[in-house]
Design a protein around this ligand. Structure first.
Ligand code: NAD
Length: 471
């Protein structure tokens, strides 16, 4: 029986391994993590992450061929294939701080693999890492290997949070990079055999190691760049009276451009886009390519600008001050169908409004209230760390209250900011909400989810990203 061990039971390691276990019943899959509460949660009825469809998959396989354990070394030692899916945040100190990837977790995982291994292994980079990381990992493994053969593969993950299970069941492509040597090619074939259980072979792309590593950074950079491009257009739309939805529709009809990922918003978030672009910027700089670095840097700058622009619009619309005014925040997760708040644009927007002394009443259907409080009371550098390593500020943000209901959030409020595109925000009883609010009542739709005409008819003053302004 082939044994797989995955180091890191997070947003990638957990769902990916659950799907491998489901699709490959003859393979034993153990997901390990040093963060015990996460492992306890994976073994309970309350999984540590929210992802549509995940619970069914886990329940089907857990205890049969899918296991979650804190016994990291034991399961790594027993595995034939070791996936490494640990976090790779942005470095906060030292050389490359603020841009380079922090590979501390990766390096300690690699050293541990070398220490405990007694048989040959395939080591798979599942985390997103800088191009050429495999070279460093190979050095660490071979210099500590005591005669054991390690083959390194790059198999970056392209799932998107919120649709992870769907993406894993039906991936656009699976990418496997390896050495061109016979041993490297044999390792590629072994991993290909795992995915071939459910992924059509023409969608399994095999490349050299560096192409696979760089493709992941490139894919995230292209996706984020598309969002920043449409957001940059949204600013111009507001200035000219054009409507960004109409512009997106028109340009998306060009088959060379295509219609996906063209929704204007308050900005992109999530743990990956910003960190991966900054990492790309750093790699370009290290390779003597400052103009290329500047090009990608601009994608992040536009994203920051979009949040600032949104906050400025809220404050200027509300008669140039939100001091002491209650503002309901609809949505805190970085996108719908996830409870993940890493790098969510909601943090920047809320902090901007708090800076102008607004009183915020925040509602998100999936994000725990303590998490919102913690995110808002933390320094930016803390947010780059995984949750269990963050220093939780003891000072609760007095201007913030978190509620479990959109109607509660809006009672007596002067305005509403929609920051996550949860479906339920489309179908709320906005007449009832309007009746309970201060007048004039404002809606600032950072995701273009509401029916602007309907809300204006009720009496709201509505601002939607990239849309003609209220008269
Ligand atoms: P995460 O923080 O949710 O999970 C990482 C886990 O690794 C944590 O639970 C941590 O405790 C554990 N860990 C760290 N060091 C360890 C060690 N030495 N031994 C055992 N466990 C250890 O991170 P994530 O969101 O799952 O992302 C993992 C990687 O995948 C990152 O490189 C990320 O960029 C990449 N990625 C993420 C996504 C996404 O949507 N989240 C998508 C594609 C790729």
């Amino acid at each position: 029986m082939v044994k797989i061990c995955c180091i890191g039971a997070g947003y990638v390691g957990g769902p990916t391994m659950a799907v491998i276990a489901m699709k490959c019943p003859e393979i034993e899959v153990v997901v390990v993590d040093i963060f015990e509460p996460r492992i306890l949660a994976w073994n309970s009825d309350h999984l540590p992450i929210y992802e549509p469809g995940l619970e069914d998959v886990v329940k089907q396989c857990r205890g049969k061929n899918l296991f979650f354990s804190k016994d990291v070394e034991k399961h790594v030692a027993e595995a034939d294939i070791v996936f490494v899916s640990v976090n790779t945040p942005t470095k906060t100190q030292g050389l490359g701080a603020g841009k380079a990837a922090d590979l501390t977790y990766w390096e300690s995982a690699a050293r541990m693999i070398a220490d405990v291994s007694k048989s040959d292994k395939i080591v798979v980079e599942k985390s997103t890492v800088p191009v050429k990381t495999a070279e460093a990992i190979e050095k660490i493994l071979t210099h500590n290997s005591r005669g054991i053969n390690f083959q390194i593969l790059s198999n970056p993950e392209f799932l998107a949070e919120g649709t992870a299970i769907q993406d894993l069941f039906n991936p656009d492509r699976v990418l496997i990079g390896g050495r061109e040597s016979p041993e490297g090619q044999k390792a590629i074939e072994a991993l290909k055999d795992v995915y071939a259980h459910w992924v059509p072979v023409e969608r399994i792309l095999c490349t050299n190691l560096w192409s696979a590593e760089l493709s992941k950074l490139a894919a995230n950079a292209f996706l984020a760049q598309r969002i920043s491009s449409v957001n940059a257009m949204s600013a111009l739309c507001e200035a000219t009276g054009a409507d960004v939805s109409q512009v997106s529709h028109a340009i998306g009809k060009d088959t060379r451009i295509g219609p996906k990922f063209l929704n204007a918003s308050v900005g992109f978030g999530g743990s990956c886009f910003q960190k991966d672009i900054l990492n790309l910027v750093y790699i370009c700089e290290c390779n003597g390519l400052p103009e290329v670095a500047n090009y990608w840097k601009q994608v992040v700058k536009v994203n920051e600008y979009q949040k600032t622009r949104f906050v400025n619009r809220v404050v200027s619309s509300m008669f140039n001050t939100v001091s002491g005014k209650k503002i309901a925040i609809f949505g805190f997760a970085f996108k719908k169908d996830t409870g993940d708040t890493r790098e969510t644009p909601a943090i920047g927007v809320c902090q901007g409004l708090l800076g102008d002394k607004a009183m915020l009443s925040i509602y998100d259907p999936q994000v725990p209230q303590e998490q919102i409080q913690r995110d808002l009371s933390m320094h930016k550098s803390e947010l780059d760390k995984p949750p269990h390593l963050r220093a939780v500020s003891p000072i609760a943000v007095e201007q913030v209250s978190c509620v479990w209901d959109a109607y509660e959030a809006t009672k007596g409020a002067h305005g509403i900011c929609i920051l996550t595109e949860w479906d339920e925000f489309k179908t709320l009883d906005y007449q009832k909400i309007y009746d309970d609010m201060q007048k004039p009542a404002f809606v600032f739709d950072g995701r273009n989810v509401v029916d602007v005409d309907q809300l204006r008819q009720i009496g709201f003053i509505v601002y939607s990203i990239g849309k003609p302004l209220d008269a």
